[in-house]
Write a protein that binds this ligand. Structure first.
Ligand code: CUK
Ligand code: CUA
Length: 655
């Protein structure tokens, strides 16, 4: 042994200097079959999650087992029930929006630990997102430009999360993106034509996703080619349905006013959106003028039928069928609600839709059955679809549900969450003397969205509520003028909401989805499959050049194009150096032939602005021009081995 104490803490020892054996690497906590992990797992209801992840094809939610876990979570020897001990796994996944960072994040709930970041619309030097050829194929040519990601939603089948995809919006770049849940990587980004600023986004629940519904918030001239600049009356926006399987735009609907947030029903018949600018104004005072704006409901079957019957137009260059859903159209229903409504939330029993008043202290509860009645002609006044309008407090923005008949509404101005009974609110609206309000909980400070575990599916389990607050003010150590946002975890399993944790977050989560980690068992890969479509094009190009990626280390020149192929295996690249000429277009392709879980390598080319991640069994490539002569070291950026620092080589560029 070659260890000594470090002089500060006798418990801390420096590591032996020798390459780790494969057995030692395999014994790291978290490795399948590792001792540390197995001891921890003993007797744990989560045992299946870590090691056998790839073996158990569990779908859906085992409620009995889930109840057991609750007991275990509560049974914590005096520790608070959100406490997740070191090495212990979270019961829930949280998929968090990254707001204007343009990324999505994976959190563990209830620990609120950030587990991973998934670059989507942003560039990311750690992963090489926006740098590698594989990511550029997803991002397209028109980047970097960042993004503003508000709303992550997981694909559903019959109103249950199905673990296939997460869909997200980009308000800043008018795009919708899809993230594969098996590898947690963005695989498609679609530019939405004819509109500006995709904000609200939701997924079809029945029979499946299916459609991804996307709201364009801002009204613009149509087409937006320089015409009508000074004539805001001619501006318009559209509701968009994207096909979640192909990520192609299926159709668009022109609406009156604007579109803010969206949701859909549980039967596959309708989608709906809030409008806060029915006035069609272009300034603040104008947008706040009307006492009522509206919720617009889209009749999916009628829209599909209209398109089938050829009753649509094209706008400009776009091939997307566009139908007219403005007032008077049989495709839509406009339900007047007060005042500049924001969030729109379907209740998990499939019966109700709630529009949050924002500038009105109320939320408006609409019944989907009344929407049926409107479209079959028996309900004349669309306002009669509103069956309750509880007064909750100042600045209602979003509502979440617990599956037990209660709703939880964020009050932005009051900095509170109001818990209320849906049935009591309906009874009060009908004239009964009942108090629908159950509790108001102070949050810190100014909440936007809130989200309950499984609350946007039929499986709403009433376990956790997260309040995504916009201000943290004095709650954390100072971080300079820019403060973190503050996400607060609230236990809603009892009669009273109980605040259990504060979690600082980087700008700016708007929304999240929370689901039991059990639901993802067997769905998340722990290393890449060599046949993965994410790098299939790179593999095909190598094959065309006669290169076997898993073993060849060679340089192929085609005129001024140079293809450099190398493997990586801790702690070495397959090529110690390669030589190119100044001005060459160089493509470096690295294949990580290590197959041990978590043994990721990086490839960073010094002074060339290039870094990329190559996880076990992955192939990653990058193309650049060797415009500077000299010696440029490339080195590994993921600490992979005791000799990680020695994992490097030279690019020699001849002048
Ligand atoms: S929006 Cu941000 S708080 Cu973009 Cu869902 Cu309501
Ligand atoms: Cu390979 Cu560090």
């Amino acid at each position: 042994m070659n260890s000594k104490t470090n002089g500060h803490d006798p418990e801390l020892k420096t590591t032996e200097i020798r390459p780790l054996t494969q057995e030692e690497i395999a014994s790291f906590p978290g490795q399948p079959g590792s001792l540390a992990r197995r001891n921890f797992m003993k007797g744990s209801a989560l045992a299946s999650l870590a090691g056998a992840g790839g073996l158990i094809g569990g779908l859906g939610l085992d409620r009995a087992a889930h109840a057991d876990e609750h007991k275990r979570a509560d049974d914590h020897d005096g520790m608070p029930e959100d406490h997740v001990a070191p090495g212990q796994l979270d019961e829930y996944f949280g998929f968090w929006s990254g707001g204007q960072s343009g990324e999505m994040r994976i959190l563990g709930v209830p620990s609120m630990r950030e587990l991973m970041r998934i670059p989507v619309f942003n560039t990311d030097f750690a992963i090489g997102w926006g740098i590698t050829n594989e990511s550029k194929r997803v991002l397209g040519n028109d980047f970097p430009r960042g993004g503003d990601l508000h709303h992550p939603h997981m694909s559903q089948t019959h109103g249950h999360y199905d673990g296939r995809y997460l869909f997200v919006n980009d308000k800043a770049g008018t795009r919708v993106a899809r993230i594969r849940c098996d590898v947690m990587r963005t695989d498609k980004i679609t530019q939405i034509p004819n509109v500006q600023a995709i904000h609200g986004l939701r997924v079809q629940r029945e029979p499946r996703t299916g459609y991804v519904f996307a709201n364009a918030e801002f009204r613009v001239p149509s087409p937006n080619d320089g015409r009508d600049l000074d004539d805001p009356k001619k501006y318009q926006t559209m509701f968009t349905a994207v096909n979640g399987d192909t990520m192609e735009v299926a159709w668009q609907v022109i609406v009156d006013g604007n579109l803010d947030n969206t949701d859909c029903d549980y039967e596959g018949k309708y989608a709906a959106s809030t409008c806060y600018n029915s006035e069609g104004a272009v300034d603040l005072a104008g947008m706040m003028q009307s006492e009522r704006d509206w919720v617009v409901v889209f009749n999916l079957k009628r829209i599909e039928a209209a398109i089938k019957a050829g009753k649509f137009n094209h706008i400009g260059e776009s091939k997307v069928p566009v139908v007219d859903g403005r007032h008077g159209s049989e495709l839509t229903m406009y339900i007047p609600v007060p005042k500049s409504p924001h969030g729109l939330n379907s209740s998990p029993d499939g019966k109700y839709l709630t529009a949050n008043g924002k500038l009105s202290p109320t939320v408006s509860v609409m019944a989907w059955s009344k929407v049926d009645s409107y479209f079959d002609g028996t309900l004349k006044d669309p306002r009669d679809a509103v069956i309750a309008e509880p007064q909750l407090g100042l600045g209602p923005l979003h509502t979440a549900y617990d599956g037990r008949g209660y709703a939880y509404t964020t009050l932005f101005i009051d900095s509170q969450i109001a818990k209320w009974s849906i049935q009591d609110a309906i009874d009060a609206y009908a004239g009964k003397k009942v108090n629908y309000l159950r509790q108001k909980l102070d949050v810190a400070y100014q909440p936007g969205h809130n989200h309950t575990s499984l609350g946007e599916t039929r499986d709403a389990d009433g376990r956790w509520l997260v309040s995504l607050n916009k201000f943290s003010k004095d709650r954390f150590l100072a971080t300079g003028p820019l403060h973190p946002d503050l996400d607060q975890l609230i236990d809603i399993s009892g009669d009273k909401m109980v605040l259990v944790a504060d979690a600082p977050v980087f700008s700016e989560p708007h929304d999240a989805v929370i689901l039991p980690s059990k639901m993802m068992i067997g769905k998340i890969k722990r290393k890449w499959d060599r046949a993965d479509p994410y790098f299939a094009e790179t593999v095909a190009q190598a094959k065309a050049l006669g290169v076997v990626l898993e073993k060849d280390n060679k340089v192929i020149r085609q005129g001024k194009k140079v293809f450099v192929y190398m493997t990586s295996s801790a702690p070495q690249y397959g090529l110690n150096s390669f030589k190119v000429k100044q001005g060459d277009e160089v493509t470096v392709t690295v294949t990580n032939i290590d197959s041990i879980e978590d043994l990721t390598h990086g490839f960073c080319l010094t002074d060339y602005g290039i870094n990329m991640e190559i996880s076990p069994q992955e192939t990653t490539s990058v193309t650049f021009t060797a415009d500077k002569p000299g010696v440029y070291w490339y080195y590994c950026t993921f600490f992979c081995h005791a000799l990680h620092l020695e994992m490097r080589g030279r690019m020699l560029v001849e002048a």
